[in-house]
Design a protein around this ligand. Structure first.
Ligand code: UFG
Length: 336
């Protein structure tokens, strides 16, 4: 009797052309699964889709999503596609609710129609707002202070209701600050416009960007600058594979913080960038940015218990070091 190999799971990855999504596709492929990317390329990059097919489509197009779930014989979904700039969400709230909440409405409708019941969702520590204490654990109140965080919390509620109504099984993964890039240098972080601290500090240090503005130096933190928990994007990607395996093995619903448990201040990031690049980071002190809580650090204990997940890259210099080559000054053409 011949044994056929077990069927490789086919996973729809919405937003799979983006920063975290593309790293996740690589991790899924390494784990023997087939990532089928669904992305409208408004903020993602087609050349980051390298581990499976790319289907171009909008998140709010429920009929198209249902058609893709059926035609691509999808077993499970990982949903990244969303707008994710805190500052922009404060300026353009309706745009955030339309895309992030509207996208989830269309996705859940399509999944229910096609009988796909497994969903890993890209949530955020922004759903906690300004926490009473750090480190933050999953039992703490979720009270977001900006439209981005609110849109993610609404999506968590929608999944909870879908679980009761029609048996959705889901994992809400609340990321802290995704950072770094693929240690094998196959994928990078590319945002347009770039608003994230580490890329901007690298560009400032290497002379390819403007001096960095340090948003707030009067926070109630040890050096007065904001503290965040920077987790390597390849660690985040691996956590998605573990969450998917756990759901497919019968666990769920899951609500998990993904962080390292260590806080790093803006000033400490500038110091790390200086050590990694050998250049000081030109910077100026600026007012606080709207929507920024002073300190966000994860208690990673629950993800460790449930998934056996532990961040592998915990040294901030290594995390910055994986991102740095992508922000080097382009070689200058000799002028004749
Ligand atoms: N910062 C600066 N100057 C800059 C950019 C950022 O001082 O030019 C500071 C911010 O004020 C913040 C820290 O650096 O204190 C990190 O800022 P990022 O913009 O890199 O990241 P955020 O913390 O704003 O956002 C990230 C994710 C969001 C997520 C959020 C949770 O990008 O998706 O964490 O707070 F929701």
């Amino acid at each position: 009797m011949t044994h056929l190999p077990a069927k490789a799971a086919r996973v729809l990855v919405t937003g799979g052309a983006g920063y975290i999504g593309s790293h996740c596709c690589k991790a899924l492929s390494r784990a023997g699964m087939v990532p089928v990317v669904y992305d409208n390329l408004s903020r993602g990059h087609a050349d980051a889709v390298r581990w499976g097919p790319l289907v171009k489509g909008d998140m709010r197009d429920g009929d198209r999503l249902a058609q893709v779930l059926k035609e691509e014989r999808i077993d499970a979904v990982i949903h990244f596609a969303a707008f994710a700039y805190v500052g922009e969400s404060v300026q353009e709230p309706q745009m955030y609710y339309d895309n992030n909440v509207g996208g989830m409405i269309a996705l859940l409708g399509a999944m229910q129609r096609e009988g796909v019941k497994t969903l890993v969702f890209s949530s955020s520590c922004a759903t906690y707002g300004v926490p009473d204490r750090v480190p933050i654990d999953e039992t703490m109140a979720q009270a977001p202070i900006n439209p981005y965080g609110r849109s993610k919390l609404i999506c968590e509620w929608m999944m909870e209701d879908a679980a009761s109504a029609w048996g959705l099984n889901y994992a809400a993964l609340r990321y802290f600050n995704a950072a770094g890039s693929d240690p094998e240098f196959e994928l990078s972080e590319r945002h347009d416009p770039e608003t994230h601290l580490i890329p901007l500090a690298l560009m400032a240090a290497q002379g390819t960007g403007a001096p960095l503005q340090v948003f707030g130096t009067d926070y109630p933190t040890p050096d007065g600058t904001c503290v965040r928990d920077y987790i390597h994007v390849s660690d985040l990607a691996r956590a998605h594979v573990l969450a998917l395996d756990a759901l497919r093995g019968g666990a769920g619903p899951l609500k998990l913080n993904l962080g390292t448990g260590t806080g790093t201040s803006v000033q400490e990031i500038l110091d790390a960038v200086e050590r990694v690049t050998g250049h000081a980071v030109p910077h100026q002190n600026s007012p606080r940015r709207a929507g920024d809580p002073p300190e966000l650090v994860a208690n990673p204990g629950h993800a460790r218990e449930v998934l056996g997940f532990e961040a592998r890259w915990t040294n901030i210099d290594e995390i910055v070091g994986h991102a740095a080559p992508w922000f080097m000054e382009a070689p200058k053409v000799a002028q004749g």
